[in-house]
Design a protein around this ligand. Structure first.
Ligand code: OAD
Length: 239
């Protein structure tokens, strides 16, 4: 950590778990244990039942608005100030990294708190409140939808290119709180390995990456990341 000039961190739902945001794939508590992604997180699901999809995301947005970033998010803010070149890549759509104070976040899967027009693919800041769900785009009348990436949709190209570049160019890559199974995000630690970086995984459970990573720190991100920060930069480095 102390020697790293370029640090890239990839986060997943596990980083927000200690804030009370459910993950996706954990057996009892994960969202995909309770709901079917094909009913809620695909363009086809939205075409079939836009009201259901809008309301599910509205509920998640409301839940995220009442939770707070945790010590793991805060430790990542500190890393940003202490490493020469730091890149934070997230698969999370909850905006908690930004709320903790991270300035530059590469959001691979979008952000729940933003809304876009499903027809024009443009961000929409405000719209007239009517009884209709989902609301309509004030410009073209198309349905509004959350600005998140659904299964079967392409990731934002510029963001993915920047994430890939930062994974190839770093000397230390930390993968935190992700099951490392959803592509293309899951390939980023392997890009780092292939280009000679040291790869560290922070996760209480094993993942497909566990056997490949140089180090595995089995624990909660809200405990391991502050400990890593303190070990690298001294006990006063706490968030
Ligand atoms: P998953 O739910 O697949 O994985 C969460 C990971 O976090 C698991 O490996 C857990 O072991 C780990 N975990 C749980 N609590 C943790 C903690 N306190 N500290 C550290 N790790 C912890 O979530 P993602 O990998 O983020 O995509 O899922 C990737 C994508 O799949 C999501 O972005 C979402 C989902 O479908 C879209 O919606 C497009």
């Amino acid at each position: 950590m102390r020697q790293a000039r370029r640090l890239t961190v990839l986060t997943g739902a596990g980083v927000s778990a200690e804030s009370g945001v459910p993950t996706f794939r954990e057996a009892r508590t994960g969202l995909w244990a309770k709901y079917r992604p094909e009913d809620l997180a695909t363009p086809e699901a939205f075409q079939r039942n836009p009201k259901l999809v809008w309301e599910w995301y509205a509920l998640r947005r409301q839940r995220v608005s009442v939770v707070a970033p945790n010590a793991g998010h805060r430790a990542l803010v500190e890393f940003e100030g202490r490493v020469a070149v730091f890149t934070l890549i997230t698969q999370n759509v909850d905006g908690l990294h930004q709320r903790a104070g991270s300035r530059r976040v590469l959001e691979l899967h979008g952000n729940l708190t933003r809304t876009k027009c499903s027809r024009e693919d443009r961000l929409v800041e405000s719209w007239p409140e009517t009884a209709e769900i989902p609301p309509r785009c004030p410009r073209c009348g198309g349905w509004l939808r959350p600005d998140v990436v659904w299964f079967g949709e392409a990731l934002p190209g510029v963001t993915l290119a920047a994430a890939t570049q930062a994974s190839r160019a770093c000397d230390l890559f930390i993968s935190v709180g992700t099951s490392t199974v959803v592509q293309p995000a899951a390939s980023l630690p392997y890009e780092a390995l292939r280009h000679g970086a040291m790869v560290v995984e922070v996760n209480p459970n094993g993942t497909p990456l566990s056997g490949e990573a140089n180090y595995r720190l089995p624990g909660l991100s809200g405990e391991v990341l502050p400990a890593l920060l303190g070990a690298a930069f001294g006990p006063s480095a706490g968030p």
